[in-house]
Design a protein. Structure first.
Length: 625
C-alpha cells in the first residue's frame, strides 16, 4: 500500500487538503485521505505541505470546518476522533452537541438512512451512546436484507455495507440478524467479476468494492474468500491499482484517483469505518491468481431494429459539443443513449425503434424503460455498450471524457453532447436530427419549442421588478441552482431574478444565508429531488422547518413543486418547465389550466416524449457518499 500512500501524498495541496492536481481541495477527497492515512498507521498531523498539515485544513477551510449537512457533521466527528483530537473542543466547536441536536425523538438523524449511519459512525467513534439510532437503523432493513439511502428506498450494496459497519461499530454482534442478513444481501449481489456496484446495471467499481470489503471485515469474515466465477473480491479491487499507485474507478476509467485511492487503502488494510488510531488489522491478503483474467463482457439482450430509412444516405461529418468532428459513413440504425436527455430527444424524433441501449435513469417515455440497460449515468458499463453493437453512441457531459474517449478507442462512433443552455438544447436537437437522418422532424420540434419560449418572453417583457426566485434541489444541506445553470436561465426567461446570482453552478448555501436572502418565490424539485418517487421531501422540509416560518415565500404560500425530470434535463420538456416556472412566478400572466403539448414524430409502437439531464442523480450519489 506504500505506493498508494505516496500517490495520496502527491495530492496534498498547500492548504493541507487533498485533490487532484489542478483542482481545488474539497472536504470529500480530504476526508477519505485522512482515513487512509490513519488506516496506514500514520499521523495526519505529520502530513504537511509548507508547514500546513492535513488536519489544519479542517481547522481553516470554511466548507470543511463548518459543515451544513447532517452526514457531513457525522463525518466531521469521525475524522476528528480518527486524528486523535477532541470533537467536543475542535475549532472552538462542540461537534458532538451539534450532531446530537440533529437527532429526532425516534433516533433518526436528519431524514434519511445515510444521514443516520454517518451520525452513528461519528458518535460511536467518540464513545457516545448510540442505542437509540441503532434501534432505528435496524428497523430500516429491507426484506431482502439490504439497506437503501432512505427509508423504503431500494437496497444497494453501498448503503448496505455502510449500515453494517455502523451497526458493528455501535457494538452489535456480528451474528445479530441485522448483520447476517445484510451479509446475505451482499453475497447475492456480488458481480460476476468479483466486485460490487452501487446498483442497477452500472459497472462494478472501486468505491463499492471498498465499502463491501470493509463491511465484510467488520462482520468478521475474510473478503478474500468471497469469489464469483473465480474472481475474488479483494483481488478485483487490488487489480484496479495503476503503476503510479492510484486506483481506477472502474476497469476502464478513473474518477478522482486521489479519492478512489483513499477509499481503497483502508479496505485493503482491513480497516472498516470508523477508523481509529491503533485499530487492529486482520489479514485479508488476496489469493494468488494463476493468470490475469481479461475483463468479461456482459451480454446485453439484443434488440431488433428497423433498418428502414432514406433510400440514399450521404456520408456526413458533424461537430459535437466538444469540438470533435465525427464522421458518419452510414445511416445509424443501432443507437445507444448514455443520458436521459439524449434518450428523450431520440424518441421525440421518432427514433425509438433504433435505440438498443439506455441508462438506468432513462425513464421517459415509458417505452424507453423496456430498452436494454448499459449502466448508470456516471458509471457507464462499457462492456454492455460494446455488447449492444451500436453504430452510434450519443454520450453526454456526465459520462466523463474518459468514458467517451475509451468508447472511441474501442472503435465506436460517439457524439458527445453538453447542452449548457436553452439555445444549446435546441442546437443539440438539430444536431441529433442531422446525425440520424431526421432533420425535418428535428427542425419541427425545435421551431415549436422556440415559439413557446417566445410566447413566455412576450408575456413577461413588461415586468418592471422581477421577483427574486430560488430553485432548490436538496436541503440537507441546502443546494440551489446559481448562475450558469439551466434553471437560472429558465427563471430569467420566466420573468424572475435568481436570488443567488453570486453562486455559480449548483452550490450549497447556509441556512443563515438562505433566510437572510429571503427569496420571494421558492421552487423545489419533486419527490426525493431526483425523480417523482416517494414523498415530496424538499417541499415538506420548507413547509415544516420552524426556522423558515418568517420567510416571505412561506408566509405568502409561494413554495412550488416542479417535476424534477423536466427542469433538470436539457431537452424538449425544458419548455414545459419554463411555462410552469413562469406560471408559478407570475400566476396573473399565465393560464395554468391549459398546457401545450410538444409535437413529436411518431415511431412504430412508441408514443410522444420529452427529455433529460441526469445531474441530480449523480449529485445525490456523491452527496451521500
Amino acid at each position: 500500500m506504500q505506493s498508494g500512500l505516496d500517490y495520496i501524498r502527491s495530492c496534498q495541496h498547500d492548504d493541507g487538503g487533498f485533490a487532484e492536481a489542478g483542482r481545488s481541495t474539497n472536504p470529500g477527497t480530504s476526508w477519505f485521505a485522512v482515513m487512509a492515512i490513519v488506516a496506514a498507521g500514520e499521523d495526519p498531523h505529520n502530513w504537511r505541505v509548507n508547514g500546513t498539515s492535513a488536519i489544519d485544513y479542517w481547522r481553516s477551510a470554511p466548507d470543511a470546518s463548518n459543515p451544513e449537512g447532517t452526514a457531513e457533521l457525522g463525518k466531521m466527528v469521525t475524522l476528528i476522533t480518527a486524528a486523535g483530537e477532541n470533537p467536543r473542543a475542535f475549532n472552538n466547536h462542540d461537534y458532538i452537541a451539534e450532531l446530537k441536536a440533529r437527532m429526532k425523538a425516534n433516533g433518526q438523524f436528519g431524514d434519511f438512512t445515510y444521514t443516520t449511519y454517518w451520525a452513528i459512525f461519528g458518535l460511536a467513534s467518540a464513545g457516545e451512546d448510540v442505542s437509540l439510532p441503532v434501534a432505528w437503523l435496524k428497523k430500516q432493513q429491507n426484506e431482502d436484507g439490504g439497506y437503501g439511502w432512505m427509508p423504503g428506498a431500494e437496497s444497494d450494496s453501498d448503503d448496505t455495507a455502510a449500515a453494517m459497519m455502523a451497526l458493528v461499530a455501535a457494538g452489535e454482534p456480528a451474528d445479530t440478524p441485522a448483520v447476517t442478513q445484510a451479509i446475505d444481501y451482499l453475497r447475492v449481489h456480488q458481480m460476476d467479476d468479483g466486485g460490487f456496484n452501487y446498483g442497477g446495471s452500472s459497472s462494478s467499481n472501486a468505491a463499492s468494492a471498498a465499502w463491501a470489503i470493509q463491511a465484510i471485515t467488520a462482520a468478521g469474515e475474510d473478503p478474500a474468500t468471497w469469489s464469483k466465477n473465480g474472481n475474488d473480491l479483494v483481488s478485483t479491487l487490488a487489480d484496479l491499482q495503476q503503476p503510479d499507485g492510484s486506483f481506477f474507478w472502474t476497469t476502464y476509467t478513473a474518477d478522482n484517483p486521489c479519492g478512489m485511492t483513499a477509499r481503497a487503502i483502508p479496505a485493503l488494510l482491513g480497516k472498516p469505518y470508523p477508523i481509529l488510531p491503533g485499530q487492529a488489522t486482520p489479514d485479508i491478503s488476496a489469493p494468488e491468481r494463476s493468470a490475469t483474467a481479461a475483463p468479461e463482457t456482459t451480454a446485453v439482450p439484443q434488440t431488433a431494429v428497423s433498418t428502414t430509412g432514406p433510400v440514399e444516405w450521404q456520408p456526413i461529418t458533424i461537430t459535437d459539443d466538444y469540438g470533435e468532428k465525427v464522421r458518419l459513413e452510414t445511416l445509424p440504425v443501432r443507437i445507444v443513449s448514455l443520458a436521459p436527455a439524449n434518450t428523450e430527444i431520440l424518441f421525440a424524433l421518432g427514433l425509438g425503434d433504433r435505440v438498443v441501449g439506455v441508462t438506468d435513469y432513462c425513464n421517459h417515455p415509458v417505452e424507453a424503460t423496456a430498452k436494454p440497460k448499459v449502466g448508470g449515468y456516471s458509471t457507464v458499463n462499457i462492456e454492455r455498450v460494446v455488447a449492444a453493437q451500436p453504430d452510434l453512441v450519443v454520450a453526454a457531459f456526465g459520462n466523463t471524457e474518459e468514458v467517451v474517449n475509451r468508447l472511441r478507442e474501442l472503435g465506436l462512433t460517439v457524439i458527445a453532447l453538453n447542452p449548457d443552455s436553452v439555445e444549446g438544447t435546441l442546437h443539440d436537437i438539430r444536431l441529433i436530427g442531422k446525425a440520424t437522418g431526421t432533420e425535418t422532424e428535428a427542425e419541427r420540434l425545435a421551431a415549436s419549442m422556440e415559439a413557446r419560449i417566445d410566447t413566455v418572453k412576450e408575456k413577461t417583457k413588461d415586468v418592471a421588478e422581477p421577483p427574486t426566485v430560488v430553485h432548490v434541489i436538496w436541503y440537507d444541506p441546502i443546494w440551489i441552482s446559481g448562475s450558469n445553470t439551466f434553471q437560472n436561465e429558465l427563471i430569467t426567461l420566466a420573468g424572475g431574478a435568481n436570488a443567488f446570482p453570486d453562486r455559480e453552478g449548483w452550490q450549497i448555501v447556509t441556512l443563515e444565508r438562505f433566510i437572510t436572502t429571503n427569496p420571494e418565490v421558492i421552487i423545489v424539485n419533486s419527490g426525493t429531488g431526483m425523480g417523482n418517487e416517494g414523498v415530496d421531501l424538499i417541499y415538506r422540509y420548507f413547509m415544516n422547518e420552524p426556522r423558515l416560518k418568517t420567510m416571505k415565500a412561506i408566509q405568502h404560500n409561494r413554495v412550488y413543486i416542479i417535476e424534477s425530470d423536466i427542469i433538470d434535463r436539457g431537452g424538449p420538456r425544458l419548455v414545459d418547465a419554463l411555462e410552469e416556472v413562469a406560471a408559478d412566478i407570475h400566476p396573473d400572466l399565465f393560464d395554468t389550466k391549459t398546457k401545450q403539448e410538444i409535437p413529436v414524430a411518431q415511431s412504430p409502437g412508441f408514443g410522444v416524449i420529452s427529455l433529460a439531464f441526469a445531474f441530480l442523480a449523480v449529485l445525490l450519489i456523491r452527496l451521500k457518499r
